[in-house]
Design a protein around this ligand. Structure first.
Ligand code: ATP
Ligand code: MG
Length: 448
């Protein structure tokens, strides 16, 4: 079953090719999308190598259903676009090709090589393929290479398995199959060096450990505290992309636990991470938001980053709100400014697109409007396009132990009435608890 072929130049002592034939693995072409099979077959007909790689092979071997299919090839991005009309090159730091089949996008990546290899195998991109910062961070990774080199530059051993859909074989250069069996997340190569090249790999380690319920290999884990500070160098937009993968993929609660275990949340949400260290209620709120999001995803319901971001930043917003109110600002302007400050502080290191920050602020400001229980205006709030999210958010605060004067139940009851009954209720409610007294314990201010 095993065919060893020594390969490689530089760091590759660990590279040994293990080829697993079709009768010794569980991958079937039936479970691979037609688009991915077409891309691989056309690349092969064009004289190129083409393999399914990454999460798809990993998830197929684990018996799951991949969410997308990535292909690795020795064809350059330009050669790939020549073969597929429905394709385009994207990315600059890391150029890949997107081939579109209806709604499905197949990502085609040219084998990456070592950064110390010469430029002779680097056609058509006009030089400047590889760039590294003074600290060793890879700023550009467009040096092409061989299949073996490509396997070695991937992040985790379980993400570096290749499937040949022509010969039905699985290629394993880094003992990924063994790690899959051992349910272990392990960085390929020297962890410290690989995190230094790309600190986002630390987030990927905790994400896959949470997603797959795998343990983390001890060396892979031990280097994280030494390298975590390097996450401060990651561009804000890339951190936001990573945030989406961490918390909007159906396993946010488990991911949060791992992020806290390795003290990585602070690189995405520094203020929040200080509050949740000191205040149980803040932690409960964030955990409740993660749990609810996972549940909604499992039930096939839509989720928005705005809601989970609103929850993650709520402890910060609330502290600013309280401070501004104490300084004499009326509630609504205070909430408006508090939201603005919390968002501004966050986007300094992790971007939040306006299409999400705007609804976040509306959810926060709505928390004040929901305190009003009298008058026609109160009844009309139910019709507001942001009501549902704001009401869910109120329930979440209560779920986390925040005392709101049973406001959630009041709005739940109101929604069950007809429009006429609602008007009666808000007219009749002789409610002097417009702004429920805060009975919750004060949150400590975050350490500077
Ligand atoms: P998912 O199920 O989340 O899509 P995935 O493993 O396919 O998981 P992608 O982000 O789609 O993850 O990346 C595809 C593959 O590219 C990975 O499996 C891995 O081999 C490689 N890869 C992605 N990001 C990195 C990185 N930062 N460093 C090295 N290799 C990476
Ligand atoms: Mg993928």
């Amino acid at each position: 079953m095993v065919d060893f072929a020594p390969v490689g130049t530089t760091q590759q002592a660990l590279i040994r090719l293990n080829i697993i034939p079709r009768d010794q693995h569980c991958i079937s072409r039936k479970n691979i999308s037609d688009g991915a099979l077409k891309v691989m077959s056309r690349l092969r007909s064009g004289g190129y190598q083409a393999y399914l790689v990454g999460g798809a092979v990993r998830d197929l071997l684990l018996g799951g259903h991949p969410k997308d299919f990535d292909i690795a090839t020795d064809a350059t991005p330009e050669a790939v676009t020549d073969l597929f009309r429905n394709s385009r090159i994207i990315g600059r730091r890391f150029r890949i090709v997107h081939v579109r089949f209806g709604r499905e996008i197949i990502e085609v990546t040219t084998f990456r090589g070592h950064h110390d290899s010469g430029e002779e195998n680097q056609p058509e991109t006009g030089g400047n393929h590889s760039r590294q910062s003074a600290s060793g961070l890879l700023l550009r990774d467009n040096v092409y290479g061989t299949l073996e080199e490509d396997a070695a530059r991937r992040d985790l051993t379980v993400n570096a398995l290749y499937y040949d859909s022509g010969k039905f074989e699985v290629f394993d250069h880094v003992q990924g199959l063994q790690d899959l069996k051992d349910r272990s997340v392990r960085i390929i190569g020297d962890p410290e060096q690989r995190y230094t090249e790309d600190p986002v790999r630390m987030l990927r380690v905790v994400r896959f450990a949470a997603k797959l319920s795998f343990r983390i290999n001890p060396e892979t884990a031990a280097a994280i505290p030494r390298c975590a500070h390097l996450l401060g160098e990651i561009p804000a937009a890339r951190l936001f992309d990573e945030f989406l993968k961490l918390f909007l993929a159906g396993y946010a609660a488990a991911t949060l636990d791992k992020m806290l275990e390795f003290d990585l949340l602070r690189y995405l949400f520094p203020d929040t991470s200080r509050y949740i260290e000191q205040d149980e209620q803040s932690l409960a709120l964030v955990k409740a938001a993660m749990g609810n999001t996972d549940l909604r995803i499992a039930q096939g319901k839509p989720v928005t980053p705005a809601f989970i971001l609103a929850a993650l930043l709520w402890p910060v917003v609330e502290a600013h709100f309280r401070r501004l109110e104490e300084q004499g600002e009326p509630p609504m302007p205070a909430m408006h400014s508090a939201g603005q400050i919390a968002i501004q502080d966050t986007v300094n290191h992790m971007s939040i697109p306006r299409r999400f920050s705007q609804p976040m602020r509306e959810i926060w400001e709505f928390q004040l409007r929901l305190q009003r229980r009298t008058g026609r205006k109160a009844a009309e709030l139910i019709e507001h396009r942001r009501f549902r999210a704001a009401y869910d958010f109120l329930l979440l605060r209560e779920q986390a132990g925040e005392s709101t004067g049973e406001l959630g139940q009041w709005w739940t009851d109101l929604q069950e009435l007809s429009p006429e009954q609602r008007l009666e209720k808000v007219a009749g409610s002789n409610d002097n608890r417009k702004r429920p007294k805060r009975t919750r314990t004060r949150r400590p201010n975050p350490a500077p």
